[in-house]
Design a protein around this ligand. Sequence first.
Ligand SMILES: [Mn+2]
Length: 312
Amino acid sequence: MLPVFGHLNPDTDAITSALVYARLLTRQGTEARAYRLGELNFETPYVLREAGLDAPELLPELAAGSRVALVDHNESAQSVPNLADLTVTHVVDHHKLGDLSTAAPAYLRFEPVGCTGTILLKLHREANVSVEPVDAKLMLSAILSDTLHFRSPTTTQADRDAVDFLAPIAGVGDVETYALAMFAAKSDLGDTPAETLLKMDYKVFPFGDVAAPQRWGLGVVETTNPAYVFGRQAELLAAMASAKTQDGLDGILLSVVDILNETNRTLVPGEVEAAVVQAVFGADTTGNVADLGARISRKKQIVPALETHFAL
Ligand SMILES: [Mn+2]
């Protein structure tokens, strides 16, 4: 049984892509099963309920040498702690290539599209495998989630075509209404502890010198209600300071992305971060907040800029 899983602090694409790819592999003769590497965000339970599915189980600890398939990530910092001891047999991903290495030839499918779900649809169609309604619902949801219903600059024509193809199979007549319901679920944060909010969509990236990289924690809260998040600014800044110490980071940022207005105002806890944000994005930090304008994609507009900065 081949375990299939997405990244730590899973988002909707990380969960649904594991489910869809596990089923596709199984239908193609490789028995596979989806797992998750952490707690769900607030959007994914809505999607799973709509699809009539339970969440995948947490990945148990795997023995060295175990075969695994990765979806929606490839960097070790975003995967299981013992990834280097495992045998990666498949990767389907739409992120930049990181430190992935494999002991034996692996099936690798990377495309610069907006969502892993878009690639998974291509895999179905290339293999002439029918797309089941439940899988269509999962892939459709992931694409709407990752691209913020095509608002993100990561969106490609392939993502739009995939949604057009999937919506009727999934039985989603009004894609806009469905996407807004997903975003509303995601924004309904209640009294979630600040530490949880910080880490809900959070990735650690090594930048600069490969031998001695700077490690930055980059969190994102995508919401239709940014005022709620800024109402908890003091708690979040405190959570960022302790995460920075606990995780041994060189810097930490939390971007609050207003989905409907397509803007990014980022929490900046200290002078180190403020100097980098000024140098990289030309943005001043006032009251621990920097206005990063329309840079709403961590993958396309935040990480590459920081990578270039620290490579110099
Ligand atoms: Mn993704």
